[in-house]
Design a protein around this ligand. Structure first.
Ligand SMILES: Cc1ncc(COP(=O)(O)O)c(C=O)c1O
Length: 353
């Protein structure tokens, strides 16, 4: 087995529960959640719904399931969703909308995953009749993972909402990292949330819970989603112990995301100094840095290997770009170590390996 990395920037899903989180989990009252009898789960669902300006919520084992339930509520088999070509629902949920729900998808290309409302509005066909597939849903991701932690421009989301309302098309927010968008901009969570019919948020990314996401929407939609969750095999029993981790994270781990953002920006500034053009630090708004390593003569795979040899684990997102993600378990010292390890690789290219 290879040596454990000294700094692990592979993903913000890697965080280990803190001692205080584990204590909260151990103390949680529980019940059978399939019967709706777990008080800690209900507390979490209602709290997150309230934070996002929606009527009710549903606890799910993963962000992918929360997204797929949200999608299933709005789109019937044979209809379509549209999302940008880098969206997690299209690239990283294993074709679930097609496989589980018989839904087809089309996409537009968005630089850094950033929303320009005119693109989906031009793409959608809400009334395709008997000839073209009907568009029922637009999925927006905020922050945008593969786009580099991009925060969506609020005015574009508002313009999209106005346009979809006119066309009778629903909107789902993949808000796995909506917490980061909120902390980075100060825009209230319910301002973002209120623009969408359904929203999924993750507790297991920057917030540091070991597992869990919440889907929010209208009470009627959540009742229907509860049935689909069971159908998808996501009915869970005494999972108040997991919901308690989420509640603890909401109390203690939201505001601190600003530290992750500052560290990511600090790294990006050092990277841009070592290799101008590898990243624009001004674009690093949250906890994710996407580095273009081709200017330094690297392939993404080669850079990832050289980084690993220097104790830093990162992820290739394309043949020429790598992704680094800051989280609860990476501090200032870890960030400095990542700079010391990777800046020479960017400056000197493969000869530094
Ligand atoms: C933007 C986005 N949405 C959804 C998910 C899915 O979450 P999970 O891994 O819990 O299924 C992820 C996971 O990384 C993500 O980055």
């Amino acid at each position: 087995m290879p040596d454990a990395p000294q700094v692990d920037l592979l993903s913000d899903t890697l965080t280990k529960p803190t001692d205080a989180m584990r204590a909260a989990m151990a103390a949680a009252p529980v019940g059978d959640d399939v019967f709706g009898e777990d008080p800690t789960v209900r507390e979490l669902e209602q709290r997150v719904a309230g934070m996002l300006g929606h009527e009710d919520g549903l606890f799910t084992p993963s962000g992918s399931m929360a997204n797929q339930l949200g999608i299933r509520l709005h789109v019937a088999p044979g209809q379509e969703l549209v999302a940008d070509s880098l969206a997690h629902v299209l690239r990283a949920e294993m074709g679930a909308a097609a496989v589980l729900s018989g839904i087809s998808s089309r996409s537009w290309v968005a630089q850094h995953g950033e929303l320009d409302a005119a693109q989906p509005l031009a793409l959608m066909i809400p009334d395709g009749g008997a000839y073209q597939v009907n568009t029922r849903l637009v999925v927006v991701e905020n922050t945008h993972n593969f786009g580099g932690g991009t925060v969506q421009p609020l005015d574009q989301v508002q313009a999209l909402r106005a346009g979809t309302r006119e066309r009778g098309v629903a909107m789902h927010l993949d808000g796995a990292r909506l917490w980061n968008a909120h902390v980075a901009t100060g825009t209230p969570l319910d301002t973002w949330g209120g623009l969408f019919d359904t929203v999924s948020v993750c507790l297991s990314k920057g917030l540091g819970a070991p597992v869990g996401s919440v889907l929010v929407g209208s009470s009627a939609h959540m009742q229907e989603a509860r049935i689909w969750r069971k159908r998808f095999g996501g009915g869970m029993r005494q999972v108040g112990i997991l919901a308690a981790a989420g509640l603890h994270a909401l109390d203690h781990h939201v505001e601190r995301l600003a530290d992750d953002h500052a560290r990511a920006r600090r790294f990006a500034e050092a990277a841009a100094q070592a290799r101008p053009g590898s990243v624009d630090p001004a674009r690093v708004q949250t906890n994710i840095v996407v580095l273009d390593v081709s200017g330094a003569g690297w392939t993404a795979a080669g850079f990832v290997e050289a980084a690993a040899a220097r104790g830093v684990r990162i992820y290739p997102v394309s043949p020429t770009a790598v992704r680094l993600v800051w989280h609860l378990d990476v501090d200032d010292a870890g960030t400095a170590l990542a700079v010391d390890a990777l800046a020479p690789l960017l400056e000197q290219g493969p000869s530094a390996a």
